[in-house]
Design a protein. Structure first.
Length: 161
């Protein structure tokens, strides 16, 4: 293709656009409106999200007599500005109730700390072959991806202690 012909065609199209106000408006306004709509849809600060919490962990007494509860430590480090925690009583069936709350839409997430989490975590640190339950369950409602990502990030941050 000849460069001179390309420039001639481009010049003719630009001259035509100069007199067509609707096309110029579409060229200038449409991208700005699209950026505005996407900015609203994919940004914003998330706060006060209902989260069900079940802490089944029991404290462990160390050799020096101090009691350690990793479950309580995780709960203490959760972002209270982001999450409105509904702590369920650590009873039989509480974990299933928390998951049902997410499924029914009463909570956006469920955080379940298993029974004897502190004991199992400390034993797995000292003995690599120990196979206790050291998994914290995080059940998310992914209907809003931004909210789910923020809750997941806050839970991971609390787990880092």
């Amino acid at each position: 293709m000849n460069a001179r012909r390309t420039l001639a065609v481009s010049r003719r199209v630009l001259r035509g656009l100069r007199h067509d106000r609707r096309s110029m408006g579409l060229i200038l306004v449409a991208p700005i409106m699209a950026m505005f709509v996407f900015g609203i849809a994919f940004s914003g600060e998330v706060s006060d999200v209902p989260v069900a919490l079940v802490n089944l962990d029991t404290p462990v007494t160390l050799q020096n007599g101090t009691q350690v509860s990793l479950g309580d430590s995780i709960v203490a480090h959760l972002d209270r500005d982001l999450m409105r925690l509904s702590e369920l009583e650590p009873a039989e069936g509480a974990a299933q109730e928390a998951v049902h709350m997410v499924e029914r839409g009463q909570a956006r997430a469920a955080i379940i700390i298993p029974r004897d989490f502190s004991r199992d975590a400390l034993l797995s640190i000292s003995n690599s072959s120990y196979r206790g339950n050291t998994t914290v369950l995080l059940r998310l409602d992914r209907s809003n991806v931004n909210v789910a990502a923020d809750i997941q990030g806050a839970a991971l941050q609390a787990l880092r202690l």
